[in-house]
Structures are given as C-alpha cells and as structure tokens.
Design a binder for this molecule. Structure first.
Ligand SMILES: Cc1cc2nc3c(=O)[nH]c(=O)nc-3n(C[C@H](O)[C@H](O)[C@H](O)COP(=O)(O)O)c2cc1C
Length: 255
C-alpha cells in the first residue's frame, strides 16, 4: 500500500520521527511504501480568499504554485498521514495553508476512497485542538478517518526517545493498516452518510444548476437519490435510512 505522509513540520524532528515510527510498525504488518513530503519544501502560497476555486474551479486559482503536485500525490496514495507539530495550540502555518487551499474539496469531496490518520506532537498541550482542526478538514474532504495519535515529547535535538509511546505507536499503526487493508471507507460512519445526504440535497437543487458544485454532483451520479455515499457501501439498510432522516434534520436546522 502507498502511504503519503504530509508533514507540516519545519524540521526533521518529533513529528517526523513519530510518523516514521508508525510507518515502521506498519511495515511489520505488510508491504508499505511511504513517501514523506515536507510541505516546507513545496511552493504553497496563501489562499487569497477570492472564492475562484469554488465558483470557477481549482484550475482557475490565481495562485500558481505546487498545490496540484501535492493533490496528485494524495490521489495516488491509499492512505495519507497528516502530521503537524502543535504551534500555539493548533497546526503549523504550512498545514493550515494546505487546509485553506483545499477548501474547494469540501464542496466537491474527492478523497472518499482513502483512509487518513492524524499525527500531532507537542511539548505539553494543544494536541486535541490541532487534531480537531485536521479532523474537520479531512472529514470534509471525504477521507475515512482511521484514527489519530497525539504525543507529548520533550524538546530534544535529533531523534526523540519514543520508548514510552511504543505501545500507542503500534496500536496506531495497526489501526491505520487495517483500515486501508480492509477498505474501511466502504463502511462510513452514520455522520458521514448523513452529511453526504445533506450535500446531495443541497447540490441537487436546480436553482443552482449553473454552479460547478451542481455539475460535479450531477455528472458524477452523486445527486441520484438512490446513492447513499460516494462509493458503494456495505452499510445496513437501517443505517442508510437513519442517515437519510438525520440528513433532513440537519438540513432543516441549518437552512
Ligand atoms: C512556534 C512554536 C509554537 C509552539 N506552541 C506550542 C504550544 O502551544 N504548546 C505546546 O505544548 N508546545 C508548543 N510548541 C512545542 C512543539 O509543539 C513541540 O516541540 C513539537 O513536538 C515540535 O515538533 P517538531 O520537532 O516536529 O517540529 C511550539 C513550538 C514552536 C516552535
């Protein structure tokens, strides 16, 4: 399996070594080909807030940089580890820039046949907040969220001593490996199914038929009311009906 590790860290430090330890454990379980990508090595400009990606498509984005290279790598991966150090209780600037630049994917989810895993490291606090930031983004992009690992690590030069965290690292690796191997994205959570239904209804309204989002949902067949999710799912009919009802309730509350 191909694993892309997207690193928001600026140096080969705690976040990199934690991700590497997960990969090494995964390699004990089967064939794993990792690619470590430091966002700092790529030309990734800030979002200008112009909404061009939403309205005219991501190819029309005025920021010409390496974003599409990163997206292509995500598309080729079976699983993606999003790894960031905690910077003032949240993800690093590089990681937040990636999140902002991929905002259009929240309208036109594209990564639903992939599993994601979140790694955060901190000196003392902020893992939960940073994890929630990444969790919300990856969920909206369509990933199947396989789990997360947040470690507290003392500041050191060079590789940190991860001995006391080895059990948690092994557990994280097994969880992520199994989710990819068993294609857990085919068993989405009730919330994922309900959110799909919300987006399906919102994007099937002929009032918006001139929009890119409408065309994306219709042309890919996602607007078909019989469609329960982006991919064929193994969920029970009961769960699918519940998701549909929940979707209606959410839409009523927020519209
Ligand atoms: C700019 C900056 C902000 C940080 N903010 C926090 C923080 O809010 N809370 C905390 O406990 N540690 C904080 N830290 C410590 C890092 O989160 C921690 O050392 C992390 O493991 C570094 O990962 P790295 O070695 O991969 O860069 C901060 C470090 C830096 C450089």
């Amino acid at each position: 399996m191909n694993i892309l590790i997207l690193l928001g860290a600026r140096k080969r430090g705690n976040t990199h070594y934690t991700s590497l330890a997960i990969i090494q454990e995964m390699q004990k379980l089967g064939q794993v080909s990792p690619e470590f990508l430091f966002l700092r090595d790529y030309d990734l400009k800030f979002c200008l807030g112009c909404r061009t990606c939403f309205d005219k498509g991501e190819l029309a984005c005025p920021q010409k940089d390496d974003l599409s290279l990163i997206v292509e790598k995500i598309k080729k991966a079976d699983g993606v580890i999003f790894a960031s150090p905690v910077y003032v209780s949240d993800v690093s600037g590089e990681m937040k820039t990636l999140i902002d630049r991929l905002a259009y994917v929240t309208h036109r989810p594209a990564f639903f046949a992939k599993c994601s895993f979140i790694v955060t490291t901190t000196y003392s606090a902020g893992n939960k907040h940073a994890r929630d930031t990444l969790g919300a983004a990856t969920f909206a992009w369509g990933f199947h969220h396989a789990g997360s690992l947040g470690l507290k690590i003392p500041t050191v030069k060079g590789p940190p001593d991860l001995t006391k965290d080895q059990k948690r690292i092994k557990k994280a690796a097994t969880k992520f490996f199994t989710a990819i191997e068993k294609q857990h994205f085919r068993s989405p959570s009730l919330l994922s199914l309900a959110v799909f239904k919300v987006q399906q209804r919102a994007n099937s309204d002929p009032l918006h038929k001139e929009t890119l989002d409408y065309r994306y949902w219709v042309n890919n067949g996602y607007s078909n009311p019989d469609q329960s999710f982006f991919v064929d799912v193994e969920s029970s009919w009961m769960k699918r009906i519940l998701a549909s009802v929940l979707g209606r309730v959410i839409l009523k509350i927020y519209s």
